[in-house]
Design a protein around this ligand. Structure first.
Ligand code: ATP
Length: 285
């Protein structure tokens, strides 16, 4: 294991009732990076993350989280990680501040709760009861709770599901600020633009196996095709090519010679979403 790895996974396996959900995956998450785990529903992301969080026992392989086997790890280890679950049940009658204080009580050296509340953008809601919060505000509360112990490593499971576009941007800023504080972040998300925006590296899991790992730019760069689109007599024409310069030169030269404009001309590189859909093709029906 590299000494710079915050998380190291080797040959990880897990089956439920004899059906393999995770089929021998390997990856490292480096200290200080935002690492995105991507894959369709049922791919094995949550299973993997729960094993890393220490909530689920693995069947095989080796896993180290901050140098420790998370299964059966002690309280000192757990205080070094922060977990934001997809759904959580919090006491509905407590205020935002009281919930933060309650969780701060579990840690030897918690962060200042008001600072955390400010960081997750809930300062104006600090005295409001949990039951009065909107869905997006509850997710921010979950994030605040995960940060109250000042963790080195944060697990974010679909952190912006249900957020409005502005709240998503705010959450992205928050993830970036955590990264700039030197935290390591493991993120699962179904929003490919989110992964492209936030993740230093991503791993794509499909049917329990890792199919691709790299920076978003590497994944996109590995896709040879560029799309050229234009309209011809109102008809949409799409040319996928690995030689966009030559194809574009031919197209434009012909149009110029004929004295006409290529309507709606567009040259588009694939996005992470295009590459992802190609990788998991047929899984998301
Ligand atoms: P999603 O994107 O929907 O959250 P995921 O990638 O997180 O999916 P997992 O929740 O890890 O996927 O599930 C992987 C497989 O394991 C699925 O086929 C699922 O049905 C199965 N599975 C998950 N948890 C259990 C469980 N507690 N008991 C039995 N089978 C389970």
């Amino acid at each position: 294991m590299s000494s710079a790895a915050a998380i190291s996974v080797r040959g990880l396996r897990k089956a439920y009732d004899g059906r393999e959900a995770v089929r021998g995956i390997d990856f490292d998450v480096l200290a200080g990076e935002v690492f995105g785990l991507l894959g369709p529903n049922g791919a094995g992301k949550t299973t993997t993350v729960e094993i890393l969080e220490g909530y689920r026992e693995r069947d095989g392989g080796d896993v180290r989280v901050l140098g420790v086997d998370p299964w059966g790890s002690d309280r000192r280890h757990r205080e070094r990680i922060g977990v934001v679950l997809q759904q959580s049940e919090l006491p509905p009658s407590l205020s935002v501040r009281e919930v933060h204080l309650m969780f701060a009580g579990y840690y030897a050296e918690p962060r200042d709760v008001d600072e955390v509340i400010e960081l997750v953008g809930l300062a104006e809601k600090a005295s409001e009861r949990v039951k009065t919060l909107s869905g997006g505000q509850k997710r921010r509360l979950d994030l605040g709770i995960a940060l109250v112990g000042d963790p080195e490593l944060v697990f974010l499971d679909e952190p912006t599901t249900g957020f409005d576009p502005a709240a998503r941007r705010t959450a992205w800023e928050l993830v970036r600020s955590l990264r700039s504080l030197g935290k390591t972040i493991l993120l699962t998300t179904h929003y490919l633009d989110e992964a492209q925006q936030l993740a230093d590296r991503v791993a794509v899991i499909r049917e329990g196996s890792l199919v691709r790992i790299g920076t978003p730019a590497e994944l996109i760069g590995a896709a040879p095709q560029v799309e050229i689109r234009y309209r011809d007599d109102g008809r949409e024409v799409v040319v996928a090519t690995a030689e966009p310069t030559r194809v574009l030169a031919d197209l434009t030269a012909r149009a110029v010679a004929e004295g006409r404009e290529l309507e709606g001309l567009e040259v588009r590189r694939p996005t992470l979403e295009d590459v992802y859909l190609e990788l998991v093709d047929g899984d998301e029906s």
